[in-house]
Design a protein around this ligand. Structure first.
Ligand SMILES: [Zn+2]
Length: 239
């Protein structure tokens, strides 16, 4: 029994001094923060939104009494109530941009995008490459989810794959497209696992897009491999 616990304890001990920035405290940011807080990571939680009634069916970290409260404040309170040391948590009620990185990026070992918009995902990717900090880009819509781990200098990046945000007319979001709550749990679980890998210098899954589609009735994500693009505006030779 004790021997079976040792690998888990070793992972937790190796992560206690790591700082992870989580951009977005909603449907993905909540369960991802649960998983990484349980590994004793230092967390910086960023979101400028407040909890709404329509969030509660998929953002499991919130409850009725949180409605109208800043998501970062409510999420921190929930984590502390679950036994997480408050000294491990920093929260900012801001929308992260490239112009306010002094508020949220300092000291990060890993950036996780858990936002709900393409502008932020590309911003996180580009900052990750520029600052040479690994990042995880996560997303979910309807029945689908995606996770991509980027290691600057070692793998291709989000912009190598998708190049630029789509035009507004082609963008669906959680308000118009909806999200199946169970998909969020699966995407967040894979993201936490990959975060643990990255923080322990295990790059097994880095640079591979994990695509999950619940309509396929399988919990195994499709793994899409791609090469770094030399003309990528973020990480290419001419960037
Ligand atoms: Zn790139």
């Amino acid at each position: 029994m004790v021997n079976n616990l040792i690998p888990s304890i070793a992972i937790v001990l190796s992560l206690t001094n790591k700082r992870v920035v989580i951009v977005g405290a909603g449907g993905l940011g909540g369960p991802i923060s649960y998983g990484l807080a349980a590994c004793a990571c230092h967390l910086t939680l960023c979101d400028n939104d407040t909890v709404a009634l329509s969030n509660l069916h998929r953002q499991i970290q919130f409850q009725l009494s949180d409605i109208g409260t800043l998501k970062t404040t409510a999420l921190c309170n929930t984590l502390i109530q679950r036994g997480i040391n408050a000294d491990k948590l920093i929260h900012h009620a801001i929308r992260c941009t490239a112009d306010n990185t002094d508020l949220w990026l300092d000291g990060a070992d890993l950036i996780i995008d858990a936002s709900d918009n393409f502008e932020t995902k590309f911003m996180v990717n580009d900052l990750s490459v520029a600052a040479q900090i690994p990042c995880l880009i996560t997303s979910s819509l309807r029945y689908c989810g995606q996770i991509l781990a980027v290691i600057p200098g070692k793998t291709g990046c989000y912009r190598c794959l998708f190049e630029a945000p789509p035009h507004n007319e082609f963008i669906d979001n959680c308000n118009t497209g909806g999200i199946v709550g169970a998909v969020l749990a699966i995407v967040a679980g894979i993201a936490v696992q990959q975060a643990q890998q990255l923080l322990t210098n295990d790059y097994t899954d880095a640079g591979t897009l994990f695509h999950f589609d619940n309509l396929e009735e399988t919990i195994t994500p499709r793994k899409i491999q791609f090469e770094q693009r030399h003309d990528c505006l973020a990480c290419g030779d001419r960037s």
